[in-house]
Design a protein around this ligand. Structure first.
Ligand SMILES: Cc1cc2nc3c(=O)[nH]c(=O)nc-3n(C[C@H](O)[C@H](O)[C@H](O)COP(=O)(O)OP(=O)(O)OC[C@H]3O[C@@H](n4cnc5c(N)ncnc54)[C@H](O)[C@@H]3O)c2cc1C
Length: 574
């Protein structure tokens, strides 16, 4: 006979969506239990940038006033109509536009969560309604405030640390990359590293928690202060039904099944299906359908939330522009999990890098947003009969920016050459021959690209024309921050995969985050947040923070609806 536990709200998963629901329900006085499959809490969110796309937030308004940038709901709607095309979900988008800024106010005023404004171009800033003030970042958090919780807070992806230090915001990253050329940046880095080494000497670990990990830490601190227990190594296995309502879940805890009955609701926040090979095979296009996942998403995100909901009659929404939030990735030979995968967010868009297929030709604007680059790659694979792509850089580029796992000079790159992650050759032709790329074509591609790059233009793919491309480039490089010739051998290459930061297709939910059943009605007692929900932006990626913004907002919305149904005071007001 399985043990039985009772709570008001059972939250499955411990990423941003799940923990926001947990905290907000607990604030409404509900008895909440969080159950997490992994041994540490935080999910993909803990390894993320911790950026949220929240048009109209108090921070966006203040930043807009400072920069003289106007923004309003109609501009955002116009922008989203362009971004989402036929997948514009009016009810949920309206809920998002209304509640995302309120969520920011609520979390900042009632929990440990704090944000800061970011001047960051939307991903298509030249599109009607595009802007550059809509993203917010999560403020760093002090490990000293976490106490025992620190032991089970998920760490950063280790490969993204620099001598054990997690680099914080995009702006801080720019300081690190500029340190070799700017005395001010170097002074910043020295101060930062000195504090880091002091922490290591005195406390044994860095005391500054940054980005997505700070968001999780802040939510977890609040949850624990409110008495919310976290069960770890405790996967939910199936939902429990009572009549036509979901009444809890069966959880495997310490190897034993436990029936957890939830009086009011179950919230699914199990992080979508980036590691579910069967569903990928059904839902992904082209080569991505059959390849091994090469994703920085955790190995635990195998689609449990979606599967469990489907078992009780939930609808899966496959009608989106894209099945996933795409990300070009690379992988160390022999890698078995997310720690062997590199998210190519900031190197490919720098001067001196291009991407090619085995035919030696480029296939896209390498500085395009990650969500645009991968579909272009998959499309080029289909059209040109390829199954691989390569990031190629010259000696100057790799020394200056690094290349995936390979760090900028003076960090040695020998181990990556030895283990086969990185390939080096004196000339483009020799590099091509080592990799099975058409040598003549690659040499010609590099000559053509470099000639135009020196003039600051890319007639083939228009790289460097968007403000987004230039923002991601090198602000000190001219005439175009996104374009630089590849003319200083030796030349280097890394194989690139069509990966993802998370999935977009997911459970059909309404504007209250209620999971919709086959009959088109909400399933009583069942909510979803984060990537278990199908993406509110119809599978597009409007700007920085376009998955965590919705995760947190719809987690908050779910909790408010649960509180309302339970007859409690609704957090954040009616
Ligand atoms: C390097 C990187 C940077 C990123 N930066 C950003 C960014 O700045 N902004 C942005 O918007 N997006 C970003 N993303 C994407 C973003 O991190 C994810 O889309 C988002 O965090 C997903 O949140 P979630 O709550 O749905 O799931 P997760 O945060 O993945 O949490 C899901 C949790 O559920 C657990 N789980 C799974 N199955 C079960 C089960 N059966 N029972 C119990 N628990 C279960 C998992 O173990 C996991 O801990 C980034 C991603 C990466 C990899």
């Amino acid at each position: 006979m399985a043990q039985t536990e009772t709570c008001d709200v059972l939250v499955i998963g411990s990423g941003a969506g799940a923990l926001t629901s947990a905290v907000t329900c607990a604030k409404a006085g509900l008895k909440v239990l969080v159950t997490e499959k992994a041994g540490q809490f935080g999910g993909t969110t803990a390894t993320s940038g911790g950026v949220l796309w929240v048009p109209g937030s108090r921070h966006a308004k203040a930043l807009g006033a400072r920069l003289g940038v106007q923004d309003d709901g109609n501009l955002v709607r116009a922008y989203l109509r362009h971004e989402t095309g036929n997948c514009y979900d009016e009810a949920r988008i309206e809920a998002y536009l209304e509640h995302a800024p309120r969520m920011v106010d609520y979390l900042e005023d009632h929990t440990e969560v704090k944000f800061y404004p970011m001047e960051f171009p939307d991903y298509h800033p030249e599109t009607e309604g595009g802007s550059r003030i809509r993203s917010v970042g999560t403020m760093d958090y002090d490990a000293g405030k976490m106490g025992e919780l620190m032991k089970t807070l998920k760490g950063e992806l280790p490969q993204t640390l620099f001598l054990g230090l997690a680099i914080g915001s995009t702006l801080e990253m720019k300081q690190f990359l500029a340190a070799g050329r700017s005395p001010m940046a170097m002074a910043y880095v020295i101060r930062r590293m000195a504090r880091h080494f002091m922490d290591l000497a005195l406390k044994g670990s860095s005391q500054r928690i940054v980005r997505g990990r700070a968001l999780i830490a802040r939510l977890a601190r609040t949850a624990h202060d409110l008495g919310v227990p976290f069960w770890l190594n405790a996967p939910a296995q199936r939902l429990i039904r009572e009549g036509d309502r979901v009444a809890g879940a069966e959880i495997l805890r310490d190897g034993k099944p436990v029936r957890v009955l939830a009086r009011h609701a179950v919230v699914l926040g199990a992080g979508g299906f980036p590691r579910d090979k069967d569903r990928r095979a059904r839902q992904y296009p082209g080569h991505a359908r059959t390849m091994e996942p090469v994703t920085p998403a955790p190995v635990t995100n195998v689609g449990d939330g979606i599967r469990m909901a489907e078992e009780v009659g939930a609808q899966f929404n496959a009608d989106l522009l894209q099945p996933a939030a795409w990300l070009p990735t690379s992988r160390l030979p022999g890698a078995v999990d997310q720690n062997g995968v590199w998210p190519h967010l900031t190197d490919r868009n720098k001067p001196g890098f291009i991407m090619v297929l085995p035919d030696g030709r480029r296939f896209a604007n390498e500085s395009a947003p990650y969500h645009d680059l991968v579909p272009a790659m998959l499309d080029a694979f289909e059209r040109r009969g390829a199954d691989r792509a390569f990031l190629i850089g010259d000696d100057r580029a790799i020394r200056r920016w690094g290349m995936g796992f390979v760090r900028p000079f003076p960090i040695p790159k020998g181990r990556y050459l030895r283990n086969g992650y990185l390939t080096r050759a004196a000339t483009p032709e020799a590099l091509a021959r080592k990799l099975g790329i058409d040598a003549e074509a690659l040499a010609q591609t590099i000559r053509d690209f470099s000639r135009h790059a020196a003039e600051g233009r890319d007639p083939e793919f228009h790289r460097g024309e968007s403000a987004y491309d230039r923002y991601q480039g090198d602000e000190n490089h001219g005439p175009n921050p996104a374009l630089g010739p590849l003319d200083k051998g030796p030349y280097f290459a890394v194989r690139i995969y069509p990966g993802e930061i998370g999935t977009y297709k997911g459970l059909k939910t309404d504007e209250h985050s209620r999971v919709i059943g086959q009959g088109g009605q909400p399933i009583a007692g069942l909510y979803a947040a984060g990537n278990d929900q199908s993406n509110v932006f119809g599978g597009s990626y409007p700007g920085a923070g376009a998955t965590i913004g919705p995760a947190v907002t719809f987690g908050w919305i779910a909790a408010r609806d649960i509180a309302r149904q339970a007859g409690r005071e609704v957090p954040g007001g009616a």
